[in-house]
Design a protein around this ligand. Structure first.
Ligand code: HEM
Length: 509
């Protein structure tokens, strides 16, 4: 009997392997693996890495040299563009022809299910309308500010103070701190639950660890040569797919438990997003998918934005001084931020945050899949099924868009007579643009501005390695490999140097 079972198992395995090889060879044939154009050759041999620290830097170089600002990596079947007209065409004019596509939603499907981040068409429209109704309410901004201020006052500041000025253990990885901060804030905002990741002892949260692992392993699926590889591993419950399954089990149990608790306690008195959604949606799996998608969308992005911003501020102390002077003028010296209106009046701070994400966007690139043959405004023909990627990281480094000083960190380029002036979102698609623009942009800005302000006003941050070149780890969101180790000092002894905000109008177009 046992023998028979083994025989059946072996036959099944052989069939699976034959089918996989067949589908892998079809997949490989579809890709143009033999292309020996200069770009594909550099990609395949990795010779680009002799000259550039990151793949995104090499793409930025190629795109800025290209006349149309569009390039092709034939071996990946990927057309990459940094041309604002193409971006507008994909994200707005021909939005329906450039969905996320099945390849993307299959990769993230086990993790995100039918959540907004992972669906197209009617499922997306329904969730977007419902989410916009909630997130566009003015009251949600006050709620976000309340949560963020609580986390800053009770956790972030005490943590930074506890290490400030201590030679022996004064080094802190701020990237890790920001990830903990945004996980706590997003969980409170989404479910009214506090995982306490940023408490002084920096505890490990089972939920945060499972969540990190699931997003990392889901992103790694995209790096396999063929989707068949991870699908077979999933079917046989092997290696990374086994780990992913276990992480998802923990996420599912905890997420469903939160939903049940919320229902038991009654949802009408709670301000969190889950309670608001529960008024309309009954299906628990769907609710789980919605909140997990929001958590993914809002957690690492904010941490990444803050990491990039503090890194730039540490290298540009005069920008720090200008932020402090503006805060002293609007909020008052040694006074705490009182209201959402005060935050809105900090034009220079807002300009500095935008400028920082121009150079270091949390989502460096975003891909869509072309549904029917199409022609982009720059004359590029796109065949049905092609992956088309717009590349905010490269767009921030293009002279024709931002002027000759495009590589410099200059918040002033966002100011007109001292007032923040936003750019055309298709030139700056950091929050995407068009119909699928980020729904959490306001919440993100509240978080980034409040955290940066509280750090800059109270502490001086020194980079442990000032000359280090940023290197990014592969993943869905820009993450510095090796983190952001810094030395923290209290600022009470330091008086800001008097600079003035020049507020010139040039965006150098
Ligand atoms: C600096 C921080 C942030 C950046 C740079 C950012 C950027 C983006 C980008 C580029 C997209 C499009 C992704 C895609 O379609 O593949 C997106 C979508 C989205 N973001 Fe954000 N995001 C940030 C923070 C947040 C926060 C805090 C929330 C939640 C409160 C949030 C909620 C969402 C949602 C729900 C979507 C999906 C929108 C849709 O598909 O219609 N984001 N974001």
């Amino acid at each position: 009997m046992e023998h028979e079972a083994w025989r059946a198992f072996l036959i099944l395995m052989i069939t699976v392997i034959i089918l996989s090889l067949f589908s892998l060879s079809r997949y490989l044939l579809k890709l143009k693996l033999w292309c020996n154009c200069e770009i594909c050759d550099a990609y395949l041999t990795m010779s680009w890495s002799k000259e550039f620290d990151n793949l995104c830097d090499w793409y930025a170089h190629l795109l800025s040299k290209s006349q149309s600002k569009t390039i092709h990596i034939h071996v990946l079947g990927n057309t990459i563009t940094a041309n604002p007209d193409n971006v507008e065409y994909m994200l707005k004019t021909r939005f329906d022809n450039f969905p996320k596509g099945k390849s993307f939603s299959m990769i993230l499907g086990d993790f995100l299910g039918q959540g907004i981040f992972n669906v197209d068409g009617d499922l997306w429209r329904f969730q977007k309308n419902m989410a916009s109704l909630e997130l566009d309410r003015f009251s949600i901004r006050f709620y976000a500010l309340e949560i963020v201020n609580h986390e800053i006052k009770n956790r972030l500041i005490p943590l930074l103070s506890s290490v400030a000025g201590k030679e022996d253990h004064g080094i802190l990885d701020l990237q890790d701190v920001f990830r903990r901060f945004s996980f706590d804030s997003m969980c409170k905002f989404l479910f009214g639950l506090d995982p306490r990741c940023l408490e002084l002892s920096l505890p490990m949260s089972e939920f945060a660890v499972a969540f990190d692992l699931a997003s990392k392993l889901s992103a790694e699926r995209a790096m396999t040569v063929s989707p068949m590889i991870w699908k077979i591993k999933r079917m046989l419950n092997l290696g990374s797919e086994k780990q992913l399954k276990e992480a998802l089990k923990i996420i599912d149990i905890l997420a469903l438990e939160v939903i049940r608790q919320r229902r038991k306690m009654g949802i009408s008195t709670h301000k969190d997003l889950l309670s608001r959604f529960m008024g309309t949606v009954n299906d628990e799996t769907y609710l789980r998918d919605i909140v997990i998608s929001f958590l993914l969308a809002g957690r690492d992005t904010v941490a990444s934005a803050l990491t990039g911003f503090i890194w730039l501020l540490a290298k540009h102390p005069h920008v720090c001084s200008l932020i402090q002077l503006e805060a002293d003028r609007i909020i008052g010296q040694n006074q705490e931020l009182q209201s959402f209106d005060q935050l809105r009046e900090l034009n220079y701070l807002q300009a500095a945050v935008y400028e920082s994400m121009r150079l270091y966007p949390p989502i460096q690139f975003d891909s869509k899949f072309c549904q029917e043959d199409d022609l982009l405004p720059d004359g590029t023909f796109v065949k049905k099924g092609t992956r088309v990627t717009y590349h905010p990281y490269s767009m921030g480094r293009i002279m024709e868009i931002w002027g000759e000083d495009c590589l410099e960190f200059k918040p002033e380029r966002w100011l007109k007579n001292g007032v923040f002036f936003p750019e055309n979102p298709f030139k700056y698609p950091v929050f995407q643009a068009g119909f699928r623009v980020c729904l959490g942009k306001e919440m993100a800005l509240v978080e980034i501005k409040s955290v940066a302000l509280s750090i800059v006003r109270k502490f001086q941050i020194k980079l442990v390695s000032a000359n280090r070149i940023p290197r990014f780890s592969p993943g869905l969101t820009a993450t510095l490999s090796g983190g952001l180790p810094v030395i923290v000092q209290e600022r009470f002894t330091i008086t800001p140097i008097k600079y003035s905000i020049s507020g010139h109008d040039s965006k150098g177009k």
